[in-house]
Write a protein that binds this ligand. Structure first.
Ligand code: FES
Length: 158
């Protein structure tokens, strides 16, 4: 089974990773990884490091699901590279579920959810800074809890 995962930020930092897994059981190990990536030096370095670290794990720890060794490789920092790598691993595990699913997050200002999400990944990590960058939440304010939930989702430790 091949789990093909893509992450990207504004088309600049972009990675497509294929996780080749024996089957769909939780015990199935990652047998092979194929990577295609472009972006800033930091993104490429961290991505390559992660891929190397996964390749070097003992086979028993190379499970996509439920491997503490793989959990330990997930960066916990708040910078855009760490956030994208967390997204990559969550997507590979089919666990990337944004808490707000509508296409548009702020209806007063017509701000799409993707725009809010990109602002968060790019470094706006408070409701106020997202509002400054995107105008989401600057009218009636009822969308602010949704912005808060998106920030929490992007920054929470795994
Ligand atoms: S819905 Fe976002 S300010 Fe009203």
């Amino acid at each position: 089974m091949i789990n093909r995962v893509e992450v990207s930020l504004l088309g600049r930092d972009r990675a497509v990773v294929e996780f080749h897994v024996a089957d769909e059981t939780p015990e199935a190990t990652i047998e092979r990884l194929e990577v295609e990536a472009s972006g800033c030096t930091k993104f490429l370095e961290r991505l390559n490091l992660l891929i190397d670290q996964i390749r070097q794990l003992p086979k028993a720890d190379r499970r996509l699901q439920g491997s503490q060794a793989l959990n330990d490789l997930i960066p916990k920092d708040r910078d855009h590279v760490s956030i994208l790598i967390r997204e990559l691993i969550l997507k590979a595990r089919n666990q990337f579920e944004r808490p707000y699913k509508d296409i548009e997050l702020c209806h007063c200002r017509g701000v799409p959810t993707d725009v809010v999400d990109r602002a968060i990944v790019s470094g706006c990590q408070t409701v106020a800074s997202v509002a400054r960058a995107t105008s989401a939440g600057t009218s009636c304010g009822t969308c602010k809890p949704d912005t808060e939930a998106m920030i929490e989702f992007r920054l929470k430790s795994l």
